[in-house]
Design a protein around this ligand. Sequence first.
Ligand code: GLY
Ligand code: MN
Length: 479
Amino acid sequence: MERQDGLRGAQSHDRAVPAAVAESFRQGWADTNLRLPPVSGAAYAAKRRAAVSARFPGERVVVPAGGLKVRSNDFDYHFRPHSAFLHLTAEQGTQAVPDSVLVFEPTGTGHAVTLFTRPRSPRGGGPHGAELYSDRRHGEFWVGRRRTLAETADALGIEAAARDDLERALHGNVPTRVVRGEDAFIDALVPPDPGRDAELCTLLSELRLVKDEWELEQLRAAVDHTVAGFHDVAGELRHATNLERGERWIEGTFNRRARLEGYGLGFETIAAAGSHACVLHWVRNDGPVRDGDLLLLDAGVEADSCYTGDVTRTLPVSGRFTEAQRRVYDLVFAAQSAGIAALRPGARFGDFHNAAMRVIAEGLDDWGLRPGGDAAHDRALYRRYTVCGTGHMLGLDCHDCASARSEAYLEGVLEPGHVLTVEPGLYFQPDDLTIPEELRGIGVRIEDDFVITADGAHCLSSGLPRSADEVEAWTAASR
Ligand code: GLY
Ligand code: MN
């Protein structure tokens, strides 16, 4: 039998609710009204929905928020709605309801858009009468009050209906596009149309390339909170050196800021001390933070609207770089500066990467580093030490707009309203025999977030020191 809370196969030791208690739950409640302010981005989201509608006339479009995922037995991971759903609703992380689905139903003139969702747990019985007190995933006494359908419609400016009505709404022989892999019920109900579905994902990604004013406000907030988290960490460096797993202390310090100011993290915090900095996505964070080492912190606060920052700083834990650390830092700094100087509308997306990598390749040549060969002109070999690209679009996803066509992104041209990171790095693995010993185990990345403007680019993360001297002064003072 399926459990009330939908957790098939999960075990718990909740006591059965006697009939008299169930009856008592059905009465004696005052009417309440959730007076939530309307969602601030609702009008912007309406324009995005209009763009989807205009692109797919006569077709049904289905964009699920996704649901809860079991973490362990009857506990779930923190819920984070799918980014396309967030983009088209401007829903806030904390208010978002798992299993919600946005449906564009074609009409003669365009589309009627309905948000199918779970309404507030009913009181007074009915088919979902026990949800209130016995459903540990969705019941109000377990997870808190959701909006009623009317409250949802008011907050988001979208017609709202119960998810129970979804099956009926999706019937009929209407060409349908679905964001797949988010809602197993819909995936089973609506036969896939791979071509149509992929086109939908491409459009939804490309709609996110240019950020509107409201999105820029969200990103500014996310990056400001991220900058605050970095300052928190600088203030905890000394304490972290006293702990066996100082990286975890750094992670926790940043994560506290993320939950305090936003919905959470844009991605798992990378707190990498010593040679862990040579692992691009080091999230085990179980190492010590030692005086004399570098600490690479790559982290982002996700705002309540789920837009995220993504910033990296590499700090000398003692407050002073060694000579070798500074040499690497200065080269990465010069590469990042060259990348930043290449940001402007009309430039190709690849230009800032090429500008940064030219500096890296020439710097490595000057140091006599020619990995795996002796052709100094063969600059691609520098990739042994840089491993990945120099930046990416940033927005609701840290690596935003992932389904955009190559010609609109990687091969595309920068436009005002694009938001992206510039984050060159050098990673000298501790066991790399092609480099001098003093460089082994040094990893440096410097990452900032930029919005392309009418005549250049504006740095959103300029509240953090960037040059070696500034970073030394900041770290030393914070200690
Ligand atoms: N901040 C992680 C990344 O950009 O891959
Ligand atoms: Mn990044």
